[in-house]
Design a binder for this molecule. Structure first.
Ligand code: CDP
Ligand code: CDP
Length: 231
């Protein structure tokens, strides 16, 4: 396969989605937002009135979960069945329950398989895949593996800036409780072996995008040099 896979993990508010999308657009790569799939399933459970405290209803829902996602960074969409849910999956009621949906092992194995299928369908060039377990579970062999971090204070500040009309302390509380819940399932706070950490605390948005693009360029250049050597 000639596709360059770039795996990016990190906690909420570290900049994964926005930075990955912008970096993919700059590189001419596809972009896969794995968190959107967990959110879409949580939205689907809410629509169907499925109990998300236990795992059984969520697991059963998978057989009817008709999910699709756009991987063009300039034409991003999320659909469930015939509905465009791109905006709906960001609603607080979805954010509140998404971790309960994501901790179910059947959900994780189903979605990991789906992500790999999407990655395999990318024709050429590359794809940036972002989430919590991409560098460790979904694509541990990715050419570039990045942990995008920022201090809790910076991450909370960024999230509150995005949400108008929501009290900053409520945002902070919810964000840290979601990170704590998610951390029990996968470790995205510490870089696994071979994973490069980008701390975006003191970087602005453009500088963070450039840091990712720079790592991809040097990895691709290095591979070019190795391939040439082999010829
Ligand atoms: O962008 P934000 O940090 O709000 O979260 P997200 O990337 O949209 O992910 C939403 C939720 O999906 C997370 O809180 C995790 O519970 C789950 N998730 C996961 O378990 N594994 C992933 N690879 C991506 C997301
Ligand atoms: O996906 P994740 O939850 O990791 O973060 P995000 O939703 O992509 O980013 C949260 C916010 O932080 C966005 O509004 C970004 O534009 C902003 N951001 C920033 O201000 N400075 C950075 N260095 C990176 C992201």
């Amino acid at each position: 396969m000639n596709t360059t896979v770039v795996a990016i993990d990190g906690p909420a508010g570290s900049g994964k989605s926005s930075v990955s999308k912008a970096a993919a657009a700059k590189l001419g790569f596809a972009y896969l937002d794995t968190g959107a799939a967990y959110r879409a399933l949580a939205w689907f459970c809410l629509e169907r009135g499925i109990d998300t405290v236990g795992a059984d209803g969520i697991t059963d829902a998978l057989s009817e979960f008709d999910f699709s996602i756009g991987t063009d960074p300039d034409a991003y969409f999320v659909r469930v069945g015939g509905d465009d849910v791109t905006g709906d999956i960001r609603e607080p009621r979805v954010t509140k329950i998404v971790s309960s949906v994501a901790r179910v092992p059947e959900v994780r194995s189903y979605l990991v398989a789906l992500f790999r299928k999407i990655m395999a369908g990318v024709p050429n060039g590359g794809i940036i895949v972002e989430g919590r377990d991409i560098t460790t579970v979904v694509a541990p062999d990715a050419r570039v593996r990045i942990l995008l971090t920022a201090t809790e204070e910076a991450r909370m500040g960024r999230r509150s800036a995005e949400l108008t009309g929501v009290d900053a302390s409520t945002t902070a509380r919810e964000l840290s409780s979601r990170d704590a819940q998610d951390s029990r399932v996968v470790d995205f706070m510490n870089a696994a072996d071979g994973v490069t950490t980008i701390d975006s605390t003191d970087l602005d948005f453009e500088q963070t995008v450039q840091a990712v693009v720079g790592l991809v360029h040097s990895a691709v250049d290095k591979r070019g040099a190795v391939d040439k050597h082999r010829e």
